[in-house]
Design a protein around this ligand. Sequence first.
Ligand code: NAI
Ligand SMILES: CC/C=C\C[C@H](O)[C@H](O)/C=C/C=C/C=C\C=C\C(=O)C/C=C\CCC(=O)O
Length: 261
Amino acid sequence: MSLNGKVALVTGGAQGIGRAVVQSLLQSSAKVAVVDLNKTCGEESKAQLDAEFGEGNCNFIPCDVSNGDALRDAFQRTVEQFGRLDIVINNAGINNEKNWEKTIQVNLTSVIKGTYLALEHMSKEYGKEGGTIINVSSMAAFLHSPHQPVYTATKHGVIGFTRAMADASSQGDYGVRINVLCPAFVDTPLLHSVEHEDNMGKFVKFKDDFKRSMNKFGVLQPALIAEGMMRLIVDSTLNGAVMKITCSKGIHFHTYEPMSA
Ligand SMILES: NC(=O)C1=CN([C@@H]2O[C@H](COP(=O)(O)OP(=O)(O)OC[C@H]3O[C@@H](n4cnc5c(N)ncnc54)[C@H](O)[C@@H]3O)[C@@H](O)[C@H]2O)C=CC1
Ligand SMILES: CC/C=C\C[C@H](O)[C@H](O)/C=C/C=C/C=C\C=C\C(=O)C/C=C\CCC(=O)O
């Protein structure tokens, strides 16, 4: 699939799932802005991607997505450098039950802000050409664990927000498709925070419950999540879709019961 001429912005793109998605976007000839808090990892990653895909295709923008002004600047810098914006992946996320207010800021508030900023740059409402937004949730929104209550709440929130915004986009003729992706366990640095009291606080004592679940359901590789992401990016029929990726069923979609009186 070619995304030649398209420009993407990926939050949390310096490592893990975001890094795999950035790689797939560059393989498809898109230009990519990597927006991430981690300067060391972001700069290392950009150097490797420049070596693989050539300079000028990828930009690293250091930014804490929970800082609204910094996030706005990151969008502005992307458009200034690459001339347009077509694809936004709100992927940055943390797992911190100790500092749970921060978890809400990064995992939910910043996804909402990232979606609104994306619309300012892509929606027909703002005189732009349209585009696509993907918000990253988790299978934790479908199968919760006592180990991460606030993380789970944020991931429920991302699904509800995304589905409502997808309806707003189709009814308001924004020309922007908005979808949500829910991976099960993925082999990234985030997954290793399960053991850390610094992250999990008092809920760390439930880590065996979480690990049992991981052993039961298996652990995915980031490349498969990037494959699902690319499907959401290119399939022009999808809006308000909730994509799940699990070891047992691979890439598939959640279906909702129709409302009955
Ligand atoms: N790894 C897993 O098992 C799963 C992860 N997810 C979700 O996928 C997304 C990506 O997670 P992973 O790649 O696993 O995590 P990761 O920890 O490997 O990578 C996350 C990236 O986001 C960046 N980041 C964190 N806070 C930030 C902030 N405030 N501003 C800017 N960048 C920030 C980090 O520096 C890092 O580069 C998250 O939303 C996570 O909740 C969903 C389901 C499963
Ligand atoms: C400390 C842990 C840190 C990070 C991991 C994240 O919390 C991650 O977001 C959590 C993922 C939780 C996944 C939970 C369930 C996985 C379930 C399955 O794989 C399969 C279950 C059902 C498949 C059928 C269906 O699709 O409905």
